[in-house]
Design a protein around this ligand. Structure first.
Ligand SMILES: *Cc1c(COP(=O)(O)O)cnc(C)c1O
Length: 345
C-alpha cells in the first residue's frame, strides 16, 4: 500500500443511482474522499517525496484554479520541502479559498501579472524560475502532460487508483466490470484508473471529454475528439489550435478540464483503438451533478460529473447484470456555489 494517509479510497456501489437509471450497475471509485478532495494528492505526494529524495531544495509549479497548487502545497508541508506556486492575478482574484489555503500551508505564492494573467502565463513564469536552477529545483507538473518523464512519472503515481479499484471490484464481484470510465482533462485521473486494466481485453475503457456548449461551437475542450496532431508545452499530442498552430482558448464548465492539449499516452491509446474517447456537454454534466447529489448524497466535482453523465447514458443501454466502474476524481465543494447560482437553486 502507498504512503498516503487515506488509501485505499473506497469502491462504492451507487445503488440508488443505478436503480433510478436502470440498466447496468454503476460503481464509484471514491477519489473524492482523498485528503484535499481529489486524486491530485496521489501524484503531488509522489512528486514531493521524489524531490526530497533527490535532495532538491524547492518544488515549483503553476496552478490555474488552484487545485494543483493546494494539493502540492499540502504534500510539500507533509514531506518538509519548500514549495513555490505561480498563479495568474486573475485566477488569484477568482479562486480565493484556494489562495488562502496555499498561504496557510506555507507555500510561496507568486502572482503573475504579464500577458493573460491566467494559467498560460503562469506556466511560462514557473518554467523561467525553474530554469534559473534546474539542479536544485524540482518542477512538479499537474497532470500526465509535458515532456518525458513527466507523463510517465505522473501516470505511475496515479496508477494506484486502478490497482486499488481492480482489486476492490474483483473482491466484491469475483470478476471484472464490463466498462471503466473517467473524465479527461490532461488525463491523470483517467490514466490512473486505466493503466491496471489495459491488458484486460474484455474490459471496455472510456475517457470522457468536455463538450462544453457543443462540439460545433468554439466553447469546448474536447481535445481528442476534435483536435489535430501538434505540439504544446514541450510534447506532441492532439490539440485544439488555430490555423497557425497556436493553442486555442478552450472552454469547460469544469476548470480542471480546460486544457487545449492532452497526455501523449491518451493519444496513443486512441490511435491504437484501446480506449474510446467520448464527450459530455455542460447540460449533461450539470444534470449528473444534481442526480448523483440527490440519489446518493455525493456532490461530485464538475470534472468528475462528466464521467458520471456518460455512465448514466451508457448504463441505460446495458443490462442489470453488467457493471460500469467510474472514477469519481474529486468532490464538488469547490463547485457548489457556482452550480447553485447557475441553476438558481
Ligand atoms: C484537476 C482535476 C481533473 C482533471 O485533471 P486530469 O489530469 O485530467 O485528471 C479532474 N477531476 C478533478 C476533480 C480535478 O481536480
Amino acid at each position: 500500500m502507498p504512503i498516503t494517509w487515506d488509501a485505499p479510497s473506497p469502491l462504492f456501489e451507487a445503488r440508488r443511482l443505478s436503480n433510478q437509471i436502470g440498466g447496468a450497475r454503476i460503481w464509484l471509485k471514491r477519489e473524492d474522499l482523498n485528503h484535499t478532495g481529489a486524486h491530485k494528492i496521489n501524484h503531488c505526494l509522489g512528486e514531493a517525496l521524489l524531490a526530497k529524495h533527490m535532495g532538491k531544495t524547492k518544488v515549483l509549479a503553476e496552478t490555474g484554479a488552484g487545485q494543483h497548487g493546494v494539493a502540492l502545497a499540502t504534500a510539500c508541508a507533509l514531506v518538509g520541502i519548500e514549495c513555490e506556486i505561480h498563479m495568474g492575478e486573475i485566477d488569484i482574484e477568482k479562486e480565493h479559498p484556494n489562495v488562502t489555503k496555499m498561504k496557510i500551508l506555507g507555500c510561496r505564492l507568486v502572482p503573475v501579472s504579464r500577458g493573460t494573467r491566467t494559467l498560460k502565463d503562469a506556466v511560462d513564469s514557473a518554467f523561467e524560475e525553474y530554469l534559473r536552477d534546474p539542479q536544485n529545483f524540482f518542477y512538479a507538473i499537474g497532470s500526465v502532460v509535458g515532456p518525458h518523464p513527466f507523463p510517465k512519472m505522473v501516470r505511475d503515481f496515479q496508477s494506484i487508483v486502478g490497482r486499488e479499484a481492480r482489486y476492490q471490484f474483483l473482491e466484491k464481484n469475483g470478476r471484472l466490470p464490463e466498462v471503466i470510465m473517467a473524465c479527461v482533462g490532461g488525463g491523470s485521473n483517467a490514466i490512473g484508473l486505466f493503466t491496471e486494466f489495459l491488458n484486460d481485453e474484455e474490459v471496455r475503457i472510456i475517457g470522457v471529454e468536455p463538450a462544453g456548449q457543443g462540439l460545433d461551437t468554439p466553447d469546448h475542450a474536447a481535445t481528442l475528439t476534435k483536435g489535430v496532431k501538434g505540439a504544446i508545452h514541450g510534447f506532441k499530442c492532439y490539440n485544439l489550435q488555430d490555423e497557425e498552430g497556436n493553442p486555442l482558448a478552450v472552454y469547460s464548465i469544469a476548470s480542471g478540464l480546460d486544457y487545449p492539449g492532452v497526455g501523449p499516452q491518451h493519444c496513443y491509446l486512441k490511435d491504437m483503438h484501446r480506449v474510446e474517447y467520448v464527450t459530455a456537454d455542460d447540460q449533461e454534466c450539470l444534470d449528473a451533478f444534481l442526480t448523483l447529489s440527490r440519489t446518493e448524497g455525493i456532490i461530485p466535482a464538475l470534472e468528475s460529473a462528466h464521467a458520471v453523465a456518460y455512465a448514466m447514458k451508457l448504463a441505460r443501454e446495458m443490462s442489470p447484470g453488467q457493471n460500469i466502474l467510474v472514477n469519481l476524481s474529486g468532490r464538488g465543494d469547490k463547485d457548489a456555489d457556482f452550480v447553485a447560482e447557475k441553476l438558481k437553486l
